[in-house]
Every structure is written in structure tokens, then in C-alpha cells.
Design a protein. Structure first.
Length: 423
């Protein structure tokens, strides 16, 4: 049985959490394959809003197992808080949530290093979520990291101390003013580790292999988005993992020939949180309206998200890199009321019209070329059938499908589980 993937195609926050939750009824296993608590995946049902950071978005369904894969980085402190928030719901965490022994641990000093690095960069900062993501993946690839499986060894505390001491020396190297009380941070960290250690650790690649053999349906849940990919994103303004389809293979141990559907999610417009180039970014009332109506504030940091029109040049690139087989368009409702909808279909790149994503997409190199379409005024949030969608929105969808050469299977018209139109 093939493993399906669900990935964000823009700069994150496309609505992955919502759609994983909607699709979980069709799957036996939901498996996160990369990223860490830099992610904030929002789910809404029965009038309650949930935000998950590390725990897969299938956790509220009785039918599905949830796996945190080897490609994920885990902060025990944030993980414990996520578990505490789930306490009031009737979920048997020990039997419903398994963690890969090969997943790496975020130490308190990784977070401090993230802060020191960002402070040292000054204006050139990445706009990191300050969750220690970069330093943790650096220790992983530098072969110094601590893994979940290490917690089962007697020597883990020594390993921890050696690494934390090294980090402290590194913080000194940055020569910036970072205030911290490591003793306090460590007390919280060790306390949270107790909670983590009570969970089920597994060799997740073996578990997933056996599950595939047994015919179980598996959905791999991505975090961030393709334009934040360490290789293919807007480097250096990216995260530190492969957010694209290939990341699901390395982040779960799934062979490339076992990948089935690749479900790509995008917003009907574009947002970005943190620094870095964003060709279609708006600085006018249209951008302000998108942010206000779309409630565009980071689910993890609360920072306002930058907003702009849909960038088809960037979206085509993401569809191509991921091999997307079906698309999901989110937040269509947010565009209701715009007289004109604009879509960027090409770039003016140093005086030349191009339709691929070039190496440099900074504002001084790229000016977006827009196609204008008619807007719609109807409120979409109460609609639940494709036939109800306004004609102008259908024209927009048809245009995108033709440009992207992939069908749009879901149109999302609100944050709630039920506000989801299948086509
Ligand atoms: P993720 O990181 O990809 O899971 O996305 P986030 O949860 O960070 O951000 C998406 C935000 O949009 C959340 O607040 C969702 O509740 C909300 N959302 C998702 N789909 C829709 C939609 O179709 N319409 C509206 N208005 N909000 C949506
Ligand atoms: P989800 O899964 C949006 C951004 C940060 C910053 C850059 C690097 O909710 O879509 P990092 O903390 O990873 O070192 O930050 O990446 N970023 C996200 N933006 N959604 C996310 O996750 C993000 N995770 C990281 O804002 O620009
Ligand atoms: Mg998010």
C-alpha cells in the first residue's frame, strides 16, 4: 500500500493541520516527517480551535495512529505543553502516539543558540521562530545531536552535559547580549523529559514498513512549505529541513517507489511570516484586507503574516519539485468582496519576461506580472457543495487548474472541519 503525502506549497501556514484532520478518517496512520515546534497546525471542530506543533494532526480521531518520524526535531518542553492541552480530551496518548527513536532532541541551549545567531545577524536575521530548529538540525548533520533513543541509555545525561557545555561556549562566541538562566531552563527541560520518556518510542521505519505490508493507509504530514525548503526554498530565508516530497522519504524511511498521492496545499493568495523575498507582497489596503479577513497571525509566534496575491510562478515550481498529483485551495472565503483578483503568471526579471523561479527573487530583480480576474462578493463560509460556488470563483479555479495542470480537489471556505468542499 502506497504512502500518501500532504505538503504545503508556499511559505507555510497553508492550512495543513485542517486538511490532515479532514482526511484522517480515510487513513490508519498519520506520520509527521520533518520540522519541529516551529510549525503551528490549526484544527477547528465543534467550536474548539486546537494548535498542534509537533503532534500529528490526526490525534483527535479514534481510528488513526500518529507517528512522529525520525526527520522531526522535538522540544520536550513544548511537547509536554501540547500533551497537557490534550489532557481534557479523551485520547489514549500512550497507544495512539508513537515517537521515532531516531528523532532529534531540541535542547534549551539550541534555543539560546538560535536567539544568539539571530541577534548577531541584526537586520539580516532569518526571522526564525526561535525554537532552536537551525542549531538542532546543525547538530544532526554535524553528527553531534542527541536522539530520542539516547534517552533509553544510562549515559544520556553525560551526553547532554557535553553537548550543552559546548553550546554555552558557542553562545559566548557570538558575543551578543543574551540573557538566560540555564539552571531554570534545565529544570523545566528535565521535568518535561519525564513526560516524554513515559511515551512509546519505536523504530518507526520498521513500524511503517510493516504497516505498509499489512495494507494500512498512511498519510505523511509535512510542516512548513516548499518555499521554506532548505534546498529549494528562498535560501537563506528558509527552515533547516527538506519540506518537499523527498523529505518524507528521508524523514520516515519510506522508499521513493512507495509514494502514492502527493497532495499539495495552497492558499488562494500568498502569505509569509519572517524575513525573505516575497515578489507578490502587498503594502496596500488589499494586503491589509487579506491579513485582517484571513486573520493572518502566526499560530506559533503570533507575528502578523505578510500578505500578497497568488504567485503562480512560485506555485508551479512547488508543484514540479513535489510531483503534486492533487491540489487543495484554502481560504477562498478570504477573497470574497475583492472587486478584482490578481494572479502573478510571470516575472519581469531584469527586463526579461520569465515564467520559472530564478535564483534571485529579491524585489530589485523581480517584478510580478499579473493577470486580472473578476472577483466575487458572495460569502462562501456557509457553502458546502461545489455547485454553490460563485461563477467568478469557478473561473478562478479553472484558470489555476489549467496553469498548474493538476486538479483542485478541495476548496476550503472556512477554518472549521465542515467548511470543506470536495470537487
Ligand atoms: P498550517 O500551518 O498549514 O497547518 O496552517 P496554520 O494553522 O498555521 O494557518 C492556517 C490558518 O487558517 C489557521 O488559523 C486555520 O484555522 C485557518 N484556515 C484554514 N483553512 C481556512 C479557510 O479555508 N478559510 C479561513 N478563513 N481560514 C482557514
Ligand atoms: P507551519 O508548519 C510559516 C519560517 C519562520 C522563518 C523561517 C525559519 O505552521 O506551516 P525556523 O524557526 O524554522 O528556523 O524559521 O521559517 N517558518 C514558518 N513559517 N509556517 C511554518 O510552519 C514555519 N516554520 C518556520 O517564520 O521565516
Ligand atoms: Mg502554521
Amino acid at each position: 500500500m502506497a504512502v500518501d503525502l500532504l505538503l504545503g506549497l508556499q511559505w507555510g501556514d497553508e492550512g495543513k493541520g485542517k486538511i490532515v484532520d479532514v482526511l484522517t478518517k480515510n487513513y490508519d496512520i498519520i506520520a509527521r516527517f520533518q520540522g519541529g515546534p516551529n510549525a503551528g497546525h490549526t484544527l477547528e471542530f465543534d467550536g474548539i480551535k486546537h494548535v498542534l506543533h509537533t503532534i500529528p494532526s490526526g490525534i483527535f480521531h479514534k481510528n488513526a495512529m500518529n507517528i512522529v518520524g525520525n526527520g522531526v526535531v522535538i522540544d520536550p518542553v513544548i511537547f509536554k505543553k501540547e500533551l497537557d492541552a490534550l489532557d481534557q480530551f479523551d485520547i489514549d496518548i500512550k497507544s495512539k502516539l508513537f515517537i521515532s527513536r531516531k528523532a532529534h532532541l531540541i535542547l534549551p541551549t539550541h534555543r539560546l543558540l538560535d536567539a544568539a545567531s539571530e541577534t548577531a545577524k541584526g537586520k539580516a536575521k532569518i526571522g526564525s521562530t526561535l525554537k532552536g530548529i537551525g542549531p538542532t538540525y546543525m547538530d544532526k548533520t554535524g553528527r553531534n545531536g542527541m536522539r530520542i533513543g539516547d534517552l533509553e541509555l544510562d549515559t544520556w545525561k553525560e551526553k547532554y552535559r557535553t553537548l550543552a557545555n559546548k553550546h554555552e561556549a558557542m553562545i559566548g562566541f557570538y558575543n551578543v547580549d543574551i540573557q538566560y538562566d540555564l539552571e531554570e531552563l534545565e529544570t523545566e527541560f528535565f521535568d518535561s523529559l519525564k513526560t516524554l520518556k513515559a511515551l512509546t518510542f519505536i523504530d518507526s521505519e520498521e513500524y511503517l514498513y510493516q504497516a505498509q505490508k499489512a495494507g494500512k493507509k498512511i498519510l505523511a504530514e509535512g510542516a512548513q512549505g516548499s518555499l521554506l525548503d532548505i534546498d529549494f526554498g528562498t535560501y537563506p530565508f528558509v527552515t533547516s529541513s527538506n519540506t518537499t516530497a523527498a523529505g518524507a522519504c528521508t524523514g520516515l524511511g519510506v522508499a521513493p517507489n512507495q509514494i502514492g498521492d502527493v497532495k499539495g496545499i495552497f492558499k488562494a493568495y500568498t502569505t509569509r511570516v519572517g524575513s525573505g523575498p516575497f515578489p507578490t507582497e502587498l503594502f496596500d489596503t488589499d494586503g491589509e484586507t487579506m491579513g485582517r479577513v484571513g486573520n493572518e497571525f502566526g499560530a506559533t509566534t503570533g507575528r502578523p503574516r505578510r500578505c500578497g496575491w497568488l504567485d503562480l510562478v512560485a506555485l508551479k515550481y512547488a508543484v514540479q519539485i513535489n510531483g503534486v498529483t492533487e491540489l487543495m485551495m484554502m481560504k477562498g472565503d478570504v477573497l470574497s468582496g475583492f472587486k478584482k483578483i490578481k494572479v502573478c503568471t510571470a516575472y519581469n526579471y531584469k527586463g526579461e519576461t520569465i515564467s520559472h523561479l530564478p535564483y534571485n527573487i529579491e524585489a530589485e530583480n523581480v517584478t510580478p506580472i499579473y493577470t486580472e480576474m473578476k472577483g466575487w462578493a458572495q460569502d462562501l463560509t456557509k457553502m458546502n457543495k461545489a455547485e454553490e460556488l460563485p461563477q467568478a470563483l469557478n473561473t478562478y479555479i479553472d484558470f489555476l487548474e489549467k496553469e498548474l495542470e493538476v486538479p483542485i480537489k478541495i476548496v476550503s471556505v472556512g477554518p472549521d472541519r465542515t467548511q470543506t468542499i470536495h470537487r
